[in-house]
Every structure is written in C-alpha cells, then in structure tokens.
Design a protein around this ligand. Structure first.
Ligand SMILES: Nc1nc2c(ncn2[C@@H]2O[C@H](COP(=O)(O)OP(=O)(O)OP(=O)(O)O)[C@@H](O)[C@H]2O)c(=O)[nH]1
Ligand SMILES: [Mg+2]
Length: 375
C-alpha cells in the first residue's frame, strides 16, 4: 500500500505539473488580452497597480486633505475620495477635513466616513467667513450680477460663487480646525487621480522647502478680473519689499516689462493645490488679501481665488518655492493632466491618455512656466 501510495503521488505530481505548465502558457498568451484597455492601447499595456509601494505610512507630515463642498455634492465627493484613497491615501492615512457654510447632514457624514480609514472631520464655517461684507453696496452688486449674466461671464451671476472665491482667497487657512496644520491638499468634488503616488508629496514639500504646488497652469477669463492686475500693481508699488527677489514675473508677464507690463492671465488652477498654509497665513499674503478685499473686486467683478493665489505665489515667493507636480495624473472637468514620460505608463503607475493632457492645449501656460524656470 505504501509503495502503491507513493506511485499514486508521483502520478498526481505529473498531472499537476502538466496542468500548471498549460496554465502558465495560457496566462502568458492571454495576459495582454486581459490587461490591455481601449484607453491606453496607443502607448502601452496596462499593468495592475503594484500592491506595496515604498515607505508608505512610516511617517506622516503635519498635513490634511481639505474639501469645501455642499451636501448636494455627495456623489462627486465620494468619487474624489475613492480616487485619492486608492491612488495615495489608503497607504498614508492623512486626515480629511470637510468645510461647509451650513452643517453637513448625517447622510453626508456617514457616506464619506465609509470611504476612508483616516480621521475625518466636518466643519460648519463661522458666518463671518462666508457672509457678504457690510461694505458691499447691494444695488451695485445686483447691477454687477445682472450685467455679468447678460455678458455670459462664467459664474458671473452667482453670489455664492463669489463668496466661495473670497473664502478660498482669504479665509480657509484661518479656519480654527485648520490652524494646527502646516500643509494642505485641496480636493474638489468630481476630480480624479490617474496615477499611483508612491511617495508623500507633503514630505517632498517640506524637504525641498516648497510653499506652493500645482498640476495645471491655465489662462483666466479676462472678463472676471478686469482690474485685478491694476490693483496688484498698485499693491506692490506701495509695498515693494514684499516682491520676492527671485519672483516668477516671467510666468505672468510676457514681454519682460515686469509689473509695468500686462498680466498674461496665467495662473495655477487652484482646484488642485498642495501648499504650505503658513504662506497664506503670512503677514505679506494677508496684507495683499486685505488690500484686494478693500477694493471689492470679489463682488463688483468676479475675482477667482486661483488668480489671487497665483499672483501672490508668483510675486511673493521665490521660484524655487513653487513646484509643478508633473508626475501627478489629475482630472478636474474639463481638463486632465497626464504625465508625459514613458516610465509612468509602462510601469502601470498611470492610466491616462498623454495626447489629451492639458500641457498640449493652446490655453495652457506651460510655455510660460518653462520660461520662468528657464527649462
Ligand atoms: N459649501 C460650499 N461649497 C462650495 C460652494 N460653491 C462652490 N463650492 C466649493 O468650492 C470649490 C470650487 O467650486 P466649483 O463649483 O468647483 O468651482 P470651479 O472649480 O471654479 O468650477 P467648476 O468645477 O467647473 O464648477 C469646490 O470645492 C466646491 O465644492 C457653496 O456655495 N458652498
Ligand atoms: Mg471645481
């Protein structure tokens, strides 16, 4: 029996060997069919993301992920969270902080809470962070909203959009729950990350002394900011000491005329931002914001937080303190940034179409960025 038993085992092993060889051959033949997707067949075969990435979770920076949104944004918020958790945060566990001018509903809190293992907090903003300043004349405001609606200025007829832009320009970094943090990553509803991030961008910011990080640089709609450049010029004429020595004027002015030239409308698209909050909290930035606020252009025009942040970062920081997160695949409707290098795609780290990356778009400001950085 023993002998027979042994004979039986050797036969079984032979069967196992033959079957597993066949499986291996089939796997090699079928692999490209399984993993090749329509979207990426121009360049490469999709490789599933690697399970373990380097040094994840070993150290966390003093940083948080921040989402300003409404209760109605829940579905788009969940998809943004899913994307950032999958691509980055499930390994790093940065806390989420949600901001809203009205209380978040329990449905919102429960659903977002289920999307992450990280700490998650919900803040109802104080009235003074969101309300219309008493200095704003209601008749003039109503007139502006009407005229801008007639002229089809994007969000030109919206008061809530203006309150949001003013909040993002001058208040978010002072929200009491945010005061404990040094860095933040702004996340909006309905965005997507195309690539795994196998390092901590907050650590990168700290170790390289970076203050402001962006992914997409784009031109602003001129009819939203008719006098923003004029007021910015005035501000720096009165406060020349606040102009950084190695500033980024070549990014925002095309003809080498500096502040005396014309603003070329280039700005960092602020729906994505990884930044050092202490830059916004600095006396210099606060002075600039308060000056702009006193000119009332957040309401009588429709100044966005993106050009305000960008002009401040370009003029008050040295170039070396800005960072283009070129390796970060990112989508905010309607534009995507897709890393252009081969390795990001052949490794399976990213899944996006390089031909459709915004850097190739005529409205992009990457030419100005490269000129600024002398690349
Ligand atoms: N709580 C709250 N959040 C808002 C309000 N308006 C906008 N937001 C948030 O502010 C950020 C910017 O608003 P968006 O509507 O995305 O503005 P945008 O990115 O310029 O334009 P689109 O995304 O194209 O609509 C997002 O995080 C929104 O969720 C509002 O009235 N209340
Ligand atoms: Mg948006």
């Amino acid at each position: 029996m023993k002998l027979l038993g042994a004979t039986f085992s050797i036969r079984s092993l032979q069967y196992v060997f033959v079957i597993s060889s066949l499986c291996a051959i089939l796997a090699v033949i079928l692999r490209p069919l399984v993993y090749t997707s329509k979207e990426d067949n121009i360049y490469t075969t999709y490789l599933p993301p690697k399970k373990e990435l380097t040094k994840a979770g070993t150290h966390r920076e003093n940083a948080t992920l921040v989402v300003l949104c409404r209760n109605d944004d829940l579905e788009d918020v969940l998809s943004s969270m899913q994307s950032l958790e999958d691509r980055f945060n499930k390994r790093y566990h940065y806390p989420w902080l949600f901001l809203n001018e009205v209380p978040f509903t329990n449905a919102f809190k429960n659903a977002t809470g289920r999307m992450t293992d990280s700490k998650i907090e919900f803040v109802t903003l104080a009235p003074e962070e969101w309300e219309l300043p008493t200095s704003i004349d209601l008749t003039q405001l109503a007139h502006t909203l009407r005229v801008m609606t007639e002229n089809q200025v994007i969000y030109g007829g919206s008061l809530s959009y203006r309150l949001m832009c003013r909040f993002n320009s001058g208040f978010f970094f002072r929200v009491p729950k945010l005061l404990q943090y040094d860095y933040y990553w702004r996340v909006e509803p309905g965005i997507k990350f195309h690539c795994d991030l196998d390092y901590d961008p907050f650590t990168f910011m700290r170790e390289h002394d970076k203050m402001y990080g962006f992914v997409i640089a784009i031109r602003e709609f001129p009819n939203t900011i008719p006098t923003l450049w004029h007021h910015t010029h005035e501000f720096f004429r009165k406060n020349p000491e606040l102009l950084a020595r190695d500033n980024s004027l070549p990014f925002i002015e095309d003809y080498g005329m500096g502040l005396d030239g014309m603003y070329n409308l280039c700005h960092f698209w602020s729906n994505f931002e990884i930044a050092n909050l202490n830059f916004f909290r600095s006396d210099a930035y606060m002075k600039y914001f308060n000056y702009l606020d006193s000119q009332k252009g957040f309401f009588y025009e429709r100044w966005g937080d993106a050009p305000v942040h960008s002009l401040a970062a370009a003029l008050m920081l040295n170039k070396s303190q800005l960072h283009y997160f070129e390796d970060m695949g990112y989508f905010h409707p309607p534009w995507s940034h897709c890393p252009l290098d081969e390795e990001s795609h052949t490794s399976g780290r990213c899944l996006c179409n390089r031909d459709r990356s915004f850097a190739n778009n005529p409205y992009s400001c990457f030419e100005q960025w490269h000129r600024n950085m002398q690349i």
